[in-house]
Design a protein. Structure first.
Lengths: 224, 391
């Protein structure tokens, strides 16, 4: 499925993203408008939207990198530098065994760093269309980061301390040559895909854990 | 402490202490830039830790295996490949030349940038909106752009002062355009040119010289009203105001009107409107709805002798010519049909009025015309503003 900004689904999800771009507030009580359940639902929706958006973006970007990067079974070695990108392939049992707080915090940190790497993708690269898609995706991903912060607040968890900030530790080298940079870009997109796929499952499960009384969609209050 | 933190911390620490780690192999030259048609010999040298020999290696270019006949072992761990008469790069990010081990694994890669130096950009044209800014567009010279990424920089300077300025806001009016938002002088010529650069070189366009006052365009005329001329069946009167942005400047505006019948896409242009802000259209068909648009050329700003640049057309305004009742007689064979159609339309119209017009005191033929326009818009038919010429 190819998502375009004009899709009603896209518009809805984007409205969610815009709404979620609120400053993180301390733990809310039940009378606050944005209940935990609603927050989680919005985050879930945004994750799915990003998943779909990424399919088109990745396709376009890998075509720009050229073969073999856009071949379906391409699987290059994960060389040293590419390991800086937060890997989504953690042991599943270990992952499931984490508390909700820890899992949310890991998601928050991972997407913050993925966002920074994405922003670092060569701004001069490719066609205007590609740059536009990248910019659009980064905005949406930013919305997801804020949305996750919102969920953590509404559940009473503290936001992960420390830098979601500086993209790379000082002194970390940029890729030493253009080909290695292409491989880094490939892995960035691949990890992003896996993170989004897994986050969707995480938020779906979290949705079911939150007490049903909180899961009332107050759409009229938001003027939809 | 969240259990995941111990997992993340070592990763962060490892980054801070990162040493340049050994890569399986090294290709030379790394990421070269080449002219189309040139030849290249590349070498792949495997690092000692990997226990691979030259005969265990092979090359691919953009995913396609290169023939073994072009290989040569230059040493126990070094394999070369000869590429002749290279074509332009398949993608602007560079052709992917990759050194593989026998099992297909990637050992190293090099991006080949094969193309031509850029050609001079051409056809620079500029316009200023209300003398406040300057937008220029140009066309690339052909070949260089397709193979290598080409950067365009628009530069400008006052003719008699030394300093070069660089335009910053690109792609405002298409891919090859730039917008200069402020700090522009009037009554003095500018020199404007575009530099195109890619990995193989730079090309500079011819210099265009212009005074901002000679390329002024403005907003379309405001408050365009079209109304009947009494009972005259073949005339409509068009009135408008001159564009407000330029009202403080001395200029003679030239105006143009274009109009068309509701169900046609052919516009008729009235050219000799001159400086007035009203005009009468004649020779029209009775009982017909017309769409009318007006545009403005700020000719002769501050006494400049040159024509300015035509504004966009105003949004279409609709009006209908009267139809006298006697005309429904014998002449038009389609007369009977039209009456039934008209009646049906009128019924629909009154239904619409009940819903949308508050109180019958507003009932007038103007309301009927407004409804005709709405009908057109809701059927998405033919109410198009055709792209007009700017000059």
């Amino acid at each position: 499925m190819d998502f375009r900004a004009g899709d009603s689904w896209g518009i809805f999800a984007f409205l969610c993203a815009a709404l979620c771009n609120l400053p993180a507030v301390p733990a809310l009580n039940g009378t606050e408008e944005l209940g935990a359940g609603q927050s989680i639902q919005k985050t879930y929706d945004l994750t799915r939207y990003l998943e779909h958006q990424l399919r088109t973006l990745a396709g376009t970007y890998l075509n720009y990198l050229g073969p073999p990067f856009n071949e379906p079974d391409f699987n290059p070695p994960r060389l040293a530098r590419a390991e800086q990108v937060p890997s989504a392939t953690v042991d599943l049992d270990l992952w499931r065994g984490l508390t909700d707080n820890a899992r949310l915090a890991a998601n928050y940190r991972a997407y913050s760093r993925l966002l920074c790497y994405l922003r670092g993708l060569d701004g001069q690269a490719g066609t205007a269309e590609l740059r536009h898609r990248l910019g659009h995706f980064c905005s949406s991903l930013q919305g997801l980061v804020v949305s996750i912060a919102g969920v953590m607040s509404s559940l009473g968890y503290p936001l992960p301390a420390g830098p979601a900030g500086p993209p790379l530790p000082p002194g970390a080298p940029a890729a030493p040559n253009d080909f290695l940079k292409k491989m880094d870009d490939f892995w960035l997109l691949k990890e992003l895909q896996t993170w989004l796929w897994r986050s969707a499952k995480d938020f779906n499960r979290l949705k079911k854990k939150v007490p049903p009384a909180v899961v009332t969609l107050r759409l009229e209050a938001r003027g939809f | 402490m969240p259990p995941l933190l111990p997992l993340l911390l070592p990763l962060c620490l490892r980054l801070l202490h990162a040493e340049p780690l050994a890569y399986p192999a090294v290709i030379s030259p790394q990421d070269p830039t080449l002219l189309i048609g040139s030849s290249l010999t590349a070498t792949c040298t495997v690092s000692a830790d990997f226990h691979l020999r030259a005969e265990d290696l092979y090359w691919t270019l953009n995913g396609r295996r290169l023939p073994a006949a072009s290989y040569a072992a230059l040493g126990p761990t070094t394999l070369s490949v000869a590429l002749a008469r290279l074509n332009g790069s398949k993608q602007q990010s560079g052709d992917n030349l990759v050194c593989h081990s026998r099992d297909g694994g990637i050992l190293a890669g090099s991006c080949l940038y094969v193309g031509l130096p850029p050609e001079k950009p051409v056809n620079i044209s500029c316009w200023s909106k209300n003398m406040k800014d300057l937008t220029c567009k140009w066309a690339p010279g052909t070949e260089g752009e397709t193979f290598l990424h080409t950067n365009y920089t628009l530069k400008y300077k006052l003719r008699w002062y030394g300093r070069d300025n660089t335009c910053q806001e690109y792609h405002t009016a298409g891919p090859y355009s730039c917008h200069i938002p402020k700090d522009l002088a009037l009554f003095t010529p500018y020199e404007i040119w575009v530099e195109a650069s890619n990995r193989l070189g730079v090309a500079v366009s011819d210099v265009v010289m212009l005074d901002i006052l000679d390329v002024v365009t403005t907003d379309p005329p405001a408050d365009v009203h079209v109304s009947r001329v009494g009972d005259l069946e073949d005339q409509l009167s068009v009135r408008w105001s001159s564009p407000p942005a330029l009202k403080d400047f001395l200029f003679q505006a030239k105006y143009q009107i274009q109009y068309r019948v509701e169900d046609s896409s052919e516009w008729k242009v009235v050219d000799d409107v001159g400086n007035q802000t009203s005009c009468r259209l004649a020779g029209l068909r009775p009982g017909t709805v017309y769409f009318v648009q007006v545009r403005c050329n700020p000719f002769g700003i501050y006494g400049s002798k040159k024509a300015g640049i035509w504004s966009d057309w105003s949004n279409p305004t609709a009006a209908s010519t009267p139809r006298s009742e006697r005309a429904a007689g014998g002449c038009d064979p389609k007369g009977g049909e039209q009456n039934t159609t008209l009646r049906r339309e009128l019924k629909q119209f009154f239904g619409w009025v009940k819903k949308h017009a508050y109180g019958c005191s507003n009932l007038s033929i103007k309301l009927y015309d407004q409804w005709r326009v709405w009908l057109q818009k809701s059927h998405k038919t033919r109410n198009q503003v055709l792209p007009g010429d700017k000059l």
